[in-house]
Design a protein around this ligand. Sequence first.
Ligand code: PAF
Length: 287
Amino acid sequence: MLILNSPEVTQETCLRWKREATLAFVPTMGCLHEGHLALVKKAKELASRVVVSIFVNPLQFAPHEDFEKYPRVFNEDCEKLKSLDVDLLFHPTVNDLYPEGFSSKVSVGDIGNRLCGAFRPNHFDGVATVVLKLFEITSCDFAIFGEKDYQQLTIIQQLTRDFNLPVCVVPHPTIRAEDDVALSSRNLYLSNLERVAARQIPRVLNLSRQEAFNDPAQTVEQLLVKLRPLLTEQGLKVQYLEITQTRQLTPADPLASLKTLILPHLFLAVYAGSTRLIDNISLSIER
Ligand code: PAF
C-alpha cells in the first residue's frame, strides 16, 4: 500500500493508474471501524484500484467542536487498510490541503442549513469543499459514502450534479453493531451507561418504520410526538427529530399524513452524555 501525503504526487499517481484502471475512492477521517471497512470492500468490488483518504478536515468543525479531540490512530488504521489490500492511502496534513493563501469554498445552499446543518453552521460547506478537492486529487470513478451520514451523502450527490463531476457516488447501507447501534468513530467516547441508552436509537427508528406501515394515515406530528419521549426517557437529549420528504430532504409538513409524503425519511441527532449521535431511516414502503 502506497502512503502519500502530497496532493500533487497523489494526483499524478491516480492519473497514471487511470490510464489502465478504474478507481474507487473512500474518504474518511480515520479511526476506522467495520463501517469504513465495508465501504472499502465495496470499493474493491467496483474498481481495479482503491484509494482511501484519512484527513480530519478542520473546515467542517466549529470552534467548540471536537477537532482537536477527534480520535487519531494512524498506525492502526494503516494495518486495517493494508489487510484489505488498499492501493493508496492519501494522508495529507492540514497545510498540504489548505496551504497559506487557500481561499475558495463550496457553498452547498439551503440543504446544508437543515437537520444537522441547523446546529452545525458551515459544516456541510466544509465537507463539500474537502470532498471536491479529494475528488479532483484522486480522479476517482466511484466514491463510496455511508448512509449513516445520509444528509452528507445527499449533499455530495448534489455537488457532483451541480459541478458535473465525473464521479459515481455510491451509497452504502449503515453498518450496525450487534446491539444495532450504528457504527461511528464517536462511539468510542460513550460510557457503558451511555452505550446502553444509545441502543434506544435503533429501537426508535425501527418503531417509526413499523408505525409508518401500520398507521400511514397518522400525521408527521403525531408520529414524532410518540417517538420523542422514547428517546428522552432513556436519558438521551434530543437535538432534533424530523421527517423529511423528497430527494432534497425537504421538511415534511407536520400536519401531512405519512402516506402522502414522497420518499419520507426520519432523521435524528441526540446527545448521550456529551457525545452527539446521529442516525436515520427511510419510511418509504419500497425500502
Ligand atoms: O464522513 C466523513 O468522515 C467526512 O465528513 C468526510 C466525507 C471524510 C469529509 O471530511
